[in-house]
Design a protein around this ligand. Structure first.
Ligand code: CP
Length: 334
């Protein structure tokens, strides 16, 4: 593997190989596999799991990592192209990114969506412009429209739990949140579950439809894997027979970039909070998934998060094993 930007760029066989390697490294650690290797971690946006799990992954494989983020005492970073830098920022990413990459054997980059223009974010402009500045392998640690490392970990989590692939019903449900959140996780998740061959239902209220380009991409993955992708606002029908409820909030796509209109669209939707009643007609062992961080009592009740249905901690732990596999394939023996 040379780079990881989007799970869709991998074949199903490549994903299987990564997951098998992740499982092997979990059981039989290789503490010298990446001896002498360095991973740069550039966080233009906040993180807990991605930051900690990449660092832990490198240590467990015998390598090292360093972190750069605007919150550290670095020079102010300018990201806009073609700008006259007469403001506060002292350094442009056009120099900063290749310099950071030059100290490392691979670089992970996190750059969230601007959330001003849907077309701009769907094109993943920030991530792609930084990726183009690197001469070492690049890992997407969450961009405007993708989160492949989360998807790999979620796929592994379902495999660990023996959640069926073909024929398994996966519900990706919008959940209430007071703020408009990015599309990266829902876009990556619907594709991951489709690529896994599941019957995927995107459950969301009116105004929160996922963009056609995301749905079409997922449908094409589903058709190759023997699954399906549908979208509805009918909660009762969506949840019937579900094996997984994966909750996530995202921006109103009807009013993308318009904070006031988004707030109006989500007003009154605070009952889109997952509680035990959502599991009344699911499979009895239906699991609750979420990428974290999650707002307790807003997105999901404490009862679900703290109960046996929740696998959110396993998902987070699997970030480390999935990323160990990615780093191993990318850097070991090179
Ligand atoms: N799920 C996830 O990416 O978590 P962080 O934002 O904490 O890295």
């Amino acid at each position: 593997m040379k780079e990881l930007h989007d799970l869709a760029e991998l074949t199903a066989e490549q994903v299987e190989d990564l997951l098998a390697l992740a499982g092997r490294l979990q059981k039989r650690p290789e503490p010298r596999a990446l001896e002498g290797k360095v991973l740069a971690l550039l966080f233009m946006s906040p993180s807990l799991r991605t930051l900690a799990s990449f660092q832990a992954a490198m240590v467990r494989l015998g390598g090292g990592s360093f972190v750069i983020s605007p919150d550290m005492s670095i020079h102010g970073l300018e990201t806009r192209p073609g700008i006259v830098m007469d403001g506060m920022a002292a350094e442009h990413i056009r120099e900063a990114v290749p310099v950071i990459a030059s100290y490392a054997d691979a670089i992970g980059i996190r750059a969230f969506a601007e959330r001003r223009s849907l077309d701009h974010d769907l094109a993943d402009n920030e991530f792609n412009s930084m990726r183009a500045l690197c001469h070492v392998p690049v890992i997407n640690m969450e961009s405007a429209i993708n989160h492949p490392c989360q998807s790999l970990a979620d796929w592994k989590t379902m495999d660990d739990l023996a959640v069926p692939r073909n024929g398994g019903k996966f519900v990706l449900s919008w959940a209430y949140h007071p703020r408009a959140l990015p599309l990266a996780v829902p876009a990556a998740t619907v594709h991951m579950a489709a690529m896994r061959g599941m019957d995927v239902t995107v459950l969301r209220p009116d105004g929160f439809e996922l963009p056609d380009v995301i749905m079409d991409k997922a449908r094409s993955a589903a058709s190759a894997a023997g699954g399906s992708v549908t979208e509805t606002d009918d909660r009762g029908a969506a949840l019937e027979g579900a094996q997984i409820i994966y909750a996530k909030s995202w921006s109103s796509t009807r009013h993308y970039g318009n904070r006031v209109a988004d707030e109006e669209q989500r007003a009154g939707l605070d009952d889109w909070r997952v509680d035990e009643s959502w599991f009344a007609s699911t499979q009895p062992d239906c699991r609750f998934m979420h990428c974290l961080p999650v707002r307790r009592g807003v997105v999901v009740t404490d009862e679900i998060l703290d109960g046996p249905r929740s696998v959110v901690i396993q998902e987070a732990q699997n970030r480390m094993y999935a990323q160990m596999a990615v780093l191993h394939q990318m850097l070991a023996g090179k």
